[in-house]
Design a protein around this ligand. Structure first.
Ligand code: GLA
Length: 339
């Protein structure tokens, strides 16, 4: 490797519990997985030019003033989002490799953003890196996403989940107990509809907060009074999901801490049903996969993970439980760090 060659790697993530809570400053519990994106190349020139193993056309991004959302092909927008946020003084020429499936809900875009930022010389804290990635993602995709994906990728540590308070951005590392595995299984359905439905859900939560105040401050015993104030069943369902999900994240982190895998699994099932019935981001394929996993030997619990509308399910299992016949994508407990 020559002196000025740079290699930067960032992992994808799976969320164990706490979905659609980050945008209202709630609690999430993701972890990095053993699949990652790597950028290799050299600084130089007046553009950022990246080729990719998985994309037919390169990303060619200028350094000056531009709108990342105008770039083509689509993956160039994520590179462009990072370049626009980082404003590097010199260009870069390199290549991207990844073991992450795109559109599976494992945050391949967050991994790309962070690997590109690190390759382009980003210097700063974990939280600053995640914030830069989040802004890049929002500019590239137009989706008003929260910070979970980028913070999970930036702060991931093998064998640990991250309990993140998305208001303070405090991170507590929670060790995954011995004697269990966390597996990611694809539903076979690519994620769809995410951007419009995600934006609608976020807008609904803002409407609810205008009436109820910050949802992160509500507890489950505030829900009866929320129901009286809202007088809108759909909106109330969205709120009920967020408030009960924050509660489940707390209880799940405690259950993991005392290695109570049965309790943790039950909370995952309750989370899935809340995402299905109250937040309405599940699909028949995801529900069916969760049902089949819950009925399988050695599975403590399972739920959709991430935004929903297709993609992957996460399962907490006894060691080796899903080795035969299941399309397991990734093992989370072996997650890797950015480098
Ligand atoms: C997407 C977003 C995250 C988060 C999840 C749902 O992955 O990028 O910020 O909101 O959906 O939990």
């Amino acid at each position: 490797m020559s002196a000025d060659q740079v290699t930067a790697t960032a992992p994808g993530r799976v969320n164990l519990i706490g979905d659609h809570t980050d945008t209202t400053g709630g609690l999430v519990l993701p972890m990095a997985i053993d699949m990652a994106t790597t950028v290799t190349g050299r600084p130089g020139g007046d553009r950022v030019v990246l080729t990719s193993d998985t994309e037919p056309d390169p990303a060619v991004v200028p350094l000056g003033d531009f709108d990342p959302a105008d770039l083509a092909p689509a993956w160039a927008r994520y590179v462009g989002g990072v370049v626009a946020e980082l404003s590097p003084s010199t260009g870069f020429e390199g290549h991207v490799t990844t073991t992450l499936p795109v559109g599976a809900g494992l945050s391949s875009s967050a991994a790309l953003e962070l690997a590109v930022a690190l390759a382009l010389g980003f210097e700063g804290s974990t939280v600053e890196l995640a914030r830069l990635g989040q802004r890049a993602e929002q500019r590239a995709s137009g989706v008003p996403c929260g910070i979970m994906d980028q913070l999970a990728s930036a702060g991931g540590r093998a064998g640990h989940a991250l309990l993140i308070d998305c208001h303070t951005l405090d991170i507590e590392e929670i060790r995954v107990p011995e004697g269990c595995e966390i597996r990611v299984i694809h539903s076979g359905q690519p994620r769809a509809l995410t951007s419009s439905a995600y934006g609608e859900r976020r807008a609904a939560l803002e409407t609810a907060e205008a009436v109820l105040g910050p949802l992160r401050l509500l507890r489950t015993n505030d829900l009866a009074s929320a129901a009286e104030q809202l007088d809108d069943e759909v909106l109330l369902g969205r709120v009920r999901h967020v408030v009960t999900e924050n509660d489940r994240v707390r209880r799940f982190a405690e259950a993991l801490g005392r290695a109570d895998l049965h309790a943790a699994g039950q909370l995952m099932g309750a989370s899935h049903r809340s995402l299905r019935d109250d937040f309405e981001v599940s699909t028949a394929a995801l529900d069916d996969l969760v049902d089949r996993l819950e009925a399988s030997d050695g599975v403590h619990g399972a739920r959709l993970t991430g935004a929903g509308f297709g993609g992957c399910v996460v399962a907490l299992t006894e060691p080796g439980a899903l080795f035969e016949g299941w399309p397991v994508e990734a093992a989370a407990s072996a997650g890797r760090r950015i480098s």
